[in-house]
Design a protein around this ligand. Structure first.
Ligand code: URA
Length: 398
């Protein structure tokens, strides 16, 4: 019957009222976190997933350091996309199995706590998703929006900022589909009484320069030190200022951004990452000494064969390169190698000379590297004509 219903939704669509009803029913099928014991506005951020997306590792301590209360539920990587929990496990000892009481206390104490998604969070969504998967009904806007939002609403935050990715490495490949998804999720959230904001952001090339668990954490630390890649820093500022504004901690965009910039300049945001890592059992020394992270045993310089301009870095393929090197999972039970991945020297639109490095590849296993290299070569193209740089933030819906 549920398969039949999913199929009917694909043919007939759902009204806003129906979409909200399905979302709330899925939310209420399991645990709903009650964060009312925590003072102030509780915020959350959700990304629809991408390659090189280490945003939460910078964003959450950054906004917590200016007073936001962040209740974060994150996942692990699967296929070509990574997961925040895997990345944070680069800090020796880091763990996410907090009790609800510990989770709430930690948010009160340091403004930020992170747990994994429990099996009791929106269990109806899990069952429906499995059905959608085998009945070819995954790709329906109301079903996608209600699926994502049921979990977000069950996580208990009052204000939710959505980062809807758009491009070759994203769930939504084209702009119009990403806009439709963002608008639908904002509507559901508002109808459920939450403060909402959504950004449509570029995922046509990896975010920042680093792809791979530990390499991304190192780039996140650089960013909290004020030396992050321009696109990534811009994205963090854009999402962060929405979180600050929805939390009522600044009067406008400009003052929200200056609060965040000052938190980076003063080292307050970096210190908050250290406090967060320590609170979750990890070793905070690595925040101040990232050279201590375990890196791969081998590296390879991937260089340009001709002069020109970088015209594409296919995001899904780069995610697969990281997967082939051992940095990702094909199935949920795979173990992963945190130290492998790539660090690009260039972004789309950058000029390049023959022999100049495009990316440094980090690997431990020669066989895996030999499988990954042809995929990397295919993923990057160089044009003889100048190429426009991608914008990172494409649109916003409140
Ligand atoms: N992510 C989800 O959680 N649900 C969907 O339906 C699609 C992506």
């Amino acid at each position: 019957q549920m398969s039949a219903m999913m199929m009917a939704v694909c043919f007939q669509n759902m009204t806003q009222k129906e979409t909200l009803a399905l979302t709330l029913a899925m939310r209420d099928s399991g645990d709903v976190l009650d964060l009312s014991g925590i003072s102030g506005v509780k915020t959350d951020k959700h990304s629809t997933g991408g390659v090189g997306d280490k945003t939460s590792i910078v964003l959450t301590p950054l906004v917590a350091s200016v007073g936001c209360k962040v209740a974060k539920m994150s996942g692990r990587g699967l296929g070509h996309t990574g997961g925040t929990i895997d990345k944070l496990e680069s800090f020796p000892g880091f763990q996410t199995s907090l009790t609800t009481e510990e989770f709430i206390k930690q948010i009160e104490d340091i403004g930020i706590a992170l747990i994994g998604q429990t099996k009791d969070l929106a269990p109806a969504d899990k069952k429906l998703y499995a059905l959608r998967d085998v009945t070819a009904t995954v790709d329906q806007l109301s079903l996608i929006s209600s699926s994502i939002m049921s979990k977000k609403l069950a996580s208990g935050a009052d204000a939710i900022v959505l980062d809807v990715k758009c491009g070759s490495g994203a769930f939504m490949k084209d702009y119009d589909a990403a806009v439709a998804l963002a608008k639908e999720m904002v509507k559901i959230g508002k109808n459920a009484g939450r403060k909402m904001s959504a950004l449509i952001t570029d995922m046509d090339q990896p975010l920042g320069y680093a792809v791979g668990n530990t390499l991304e954490v190192m780039e996140a630390i650089d960013t909290l030190n004020g030396h992050g890649p321009a696109d990534f820093t811009e994205l963090v500022m854009a999402l962060g200022s929405r979180m600050v504004l929805l939390s009522g901690l600044a009067k406008d965009e400009e003052s929200a951004e200056s609060l965040l910039k000052e938190a980076i300049r003063s080292g307050k945001a970096l210190d908050r990452l250290a406090a967060f890592v320590a609170a979750q059992g990890g070793n905070p020394d690595y925040v101040y000494h990232p050279e201590r992270f375990e890196t791969s045993t081998h590296t390879y310089d991937f260089c340009a064969e001709n002069d020109g301009f970088i015209s594409s870095i296919r995001c899904d393929s780069i995610g697969n390169v990281s997967l082939l090197l051992g940095g990702g999972r094909r199935v949920k039970t795979d173990s992963i190698d945190l130290s492998v991945g790539l660090v690009f020297d260039k972004k789309v639109g950058d000029p390049i000379k023959a022999g100049e490095r495009i990316a440094k590849v980090f690997y431990n296993d020669h066989k895996k590297f030999t499988e990954a290299l042809p995929v990397l070569k295919e993923a990057v193209t160089i044009s003889s004509e100048p190429v426009q740089k991608n914008k990172i933030v494409l649109a916003r819906f409140d």
